[in-house]
Write a protein that binds this ligand. Structure first.
Ligand SMILES: Cc1ncc(COP(=O)(O)O)c(C=O)c1O
Length: 357
């Protein structure tokens, strides 16, 4: 039977939970975006613009790219499935652990997979030795930067070596930068300025997480290889981006202050959480995104114990190379984060009591 493996499944729960399992912006959807969605409801009797012309023009201005280098989709996940049909990779190299939908999407086109195993001793960061796995026969490499669920960034030096090696062996490189807007030094990590130089490079971005509009669904891909964009269009429906999502995206792109506030907020709140969790003896890894990756072998069934206290967190046992001791938590609002820490303290105190009895 089909199993849903992602966070954010608040619908199958009985009762009220604080959701730390999905990584959307804790500042919430900007008011201007909500207003734009309400106003756009008036135009919803007509089909949406299949080419998302106004949104794409705004994105082109934002990224200093030609409109033809941009393809919006129904969330970043939709674009993965479009890419699967457009690229039809036979052999895909993935990080492990990483976001589950790369495998789900590219398997629909019959791809086989090899994995670059990220190691705890390197804080789960990609090392230069990944290049040895980019060999003839690999036609697609996917790097999630920062990676989900680890929050780790791949350095620009390594990622540029990857794109060059991929080009040499005739492979495409897909860099998923859906969480890049949460990174304070994103200029130092994003590959956006290399799109014209490398025709084998595709960057994936999402409004869903950045602007807390996961329910609206909006993502886009960037590439100077217009053949890829055409192939995506040939292989999918024309109306995947609703009128509401297009209006939301246009309004979101004006929200420059919100993005600045987001970066400051995430950095401050993430370091507070990391400090408290380490004090509590919980192993954390150096996340640069709006979520934190934890290793908690000392508390059995830690996610279930948190659930009993009203908190949903992301169990990580279904990721390739992880087990039930790994957990991912989002950086939420200050009040919610405080409540979570209080619950974790209570669980730890209870473990100590149980172990002493
Ligand atoms: C790394 C990564 N990329 C893409 C997605 C899909 O994002 P969207 O909600 O825009 O489809 C997710 C969702 O969790 C993700 O974690």
């Amino acid at each position: 039977m089909y199993k849903y493996v992602h966070g954010g499944d608040v619908y199958s729960q009985n009762g009220n939970f604080i959701d730390f399992s999905a990584n959307v912006n804790a500042l919430g959807m900007p008011k201007a975006v909500k207003d734009a969605i309400r106003a756009a409801a008036n135009s919803c009797s007509a089909y949406p613009d299949p080419f998302c012309r106004e949104l794409t023009a705004k994105l082109a201005e934002h990224w200093q790219l030609a409109a033809g280098n941009i393809l919006p989709g129904n969330g970043a996940a939709d674009l993965l499935f479009k890419l699967a049909l457009a690229l039809r990779p036979k052999n895909t190299l993935l990080l492990a652990p990483t976001f589950a939908d790369y495998e789900k999407a590219f398997a629909t086109a019959g791809s086989k997979f090899s994995y670059y195993i990220l190691k705890p001793e390197h804080d789960f960061a990609v090392q230069e030795d990944i290049l040895k796995q980019i060999v003839p026969g690999i036609d697609l490499v996917v790097i999630c930067n920062p990676n989900n669920p680890t929050g780790q960034l791949t350095s620009k030096k390594i990622i540029l070596d990857i794109v060059k090696k991929a080009q040499e062996v005739g492979a495409k490189l897909l860099v998923d930068e859906c969480f890049m807007e949460f990174v304070s030094e994103q200029e130092a990590y994003s590959l956006k300025n290399y799109l014209t130089e490398y025709k084998n490079l595709i960057i994936l971005r999402a409004f869903t997480k950045t602007f807390a509009m996961a329910g609206v669904r909006l993502g886009y891909l960037l590439t100077s290889n217009v053949g890829i964009i055409d192939a995506c269009r040939e292989n999918s429906q024309d109306w995947s981006v609703s009128t509401l999502a297009q209006a939301a995206g246009i309004a979101a792109l004006e929200q420059k202050k919100y993005l600045e506030r987001t970066k400051i907020y995430v950095e401050e709140e993430r370091s507070n959480l990391l400090a408290v969790l380490s004090k509590l003896g919980i192993k954390t890894f150096a996340s640069k995104a709006n979520y934190i990756f934890l290793f908690v072998p000392q508390i059995k069934k830690f996610p279930d114990k948190l659930k009993a206290k009203g908190f949903l967190v992301r169990k990580c046992e279904n990721y390739v190379s992880l087990n039930a001791n790994f957990v991912r938590i989002a950086v939420r609002t200050k009040t919610q984060n405080r409540k979570l820490i209080k619950a974790i303290k209570e669980i730890i105190a209870n473990e100590v009591t149980v172990n002493h009895n």
